[in-house]
Design a protein around this ligand. Sequence first.
Ligand code: C6P
Length: 405
Amino acid sequence: MFDATSVRREFPILDQQVHGKPLVYLDNANTTQKPVAVLEALDHYYRADNANIHRATHLLSERATRAYEGARGLVAGFLNAHDSSEIVFTRGCTEAINLVAFSFARPRLQPGDEILVTRMEHHSNIVPWQMVAQQTGAVLRVVPMDERGVLDLGAYEQLLGPRTAVAALIHVSNALGTVNPVRQMIEMAHARGVPVLLDGAQAAPHLPVDVQALDCDFYALSAHKMYGPTGIGALYGRARLLEEMPPWMGGGDMIASVTFEHTEYNRVPYKFEAGTPNIAGVVGFGAAVSFLQRFNLREIAAHEHALLTHASAALGAIDGVRLIGTAPERAGVVSFLVGDVHPHDVGTFLDRDGVAVRTGQHCAQPIMDFYGIPSTVRASFAMYNTEDDVEALVAGVHNVLRFFG
Ligand code: C6P
């Protein structure tokens, strides 16, 4: 049985006071805290194994290479990829999406081709596509959603047309918490021969992800939202597609041979990992995945869902609080407004009570435009949060309302 209180003890940063109050960390969709296992893996790597990978013959380099490639295997196992060569390490989810946009899509796009995204995308899954669209003459098409933050699948089906070159879909919305029916959406896209990228930044920490069961073509994620370090993430790519894609950055390690006349590229996934990578970050990513695999992810999901249900009900019952995003299927996130109080003021007040939340557009301005609001307050949950954290959030919101009358 999953026990958040004992898990919490593995996260030393949580045991502190801010502004004289116990820290209640509810900004997990932004970045999660790191367990001792990850901190120790990073420390051990730099103390014992630090060397560059893939190129030296000495023992430290062998150990560093083993740790790096071992982590690739761990991430592949976590996502149930068919083979670890389908995992490309990137700086994060953003870079993973850019890699697909620039290396997979750009060479294939013709003027008038269509790139399908949804109304609830993070900027990371909008802007790279706009950039390649501008360069190729392709156009962006947007799947609409309703007031609850549920995608219109009928409209999606109609938008999947003969010119659709790729669909880039958010798995779990960072601003609304909506869990999209991506399995069904992939099936619909594949029925029309359209490849699908999933932005899994907010799904991988909260739901079991199986890329073979999903049958997605690409899956992008960030380690730092899954209890791992910042500056590292991964792209899962279907082997056949990765093989077909040209490299998008040139440099060391991504080559098999170089002359001034001609370069032979290294094999997948190395041809996408130019230069010395974030080796320590990858090692920490592997440790985060091993940490997560100690638990039953379905139990973590159920625990977080209970917190979400509690928070949504308690906040929704407060006079003057408006929930933004009320889809029946949600994970990890509750977004809301408190009367006419500016979300930044709410965030500052909550911080004074020790409660860390995010306020703003959450890098999803089109969602804010949809609701006609400038921003929201967002509380987001992780495995170490408890009912007490929810109570502290709700009490903090009451304090805000008391102050602003
Ligand atoms: N969302 C949030 O507070 P990076 O920055 O590459 O690690 O992740 C980008 C990203 C992509 N997609 C989704 C759905 C995301 O939520 C994020 C990051 C953070 O919601 C920071 S804006």
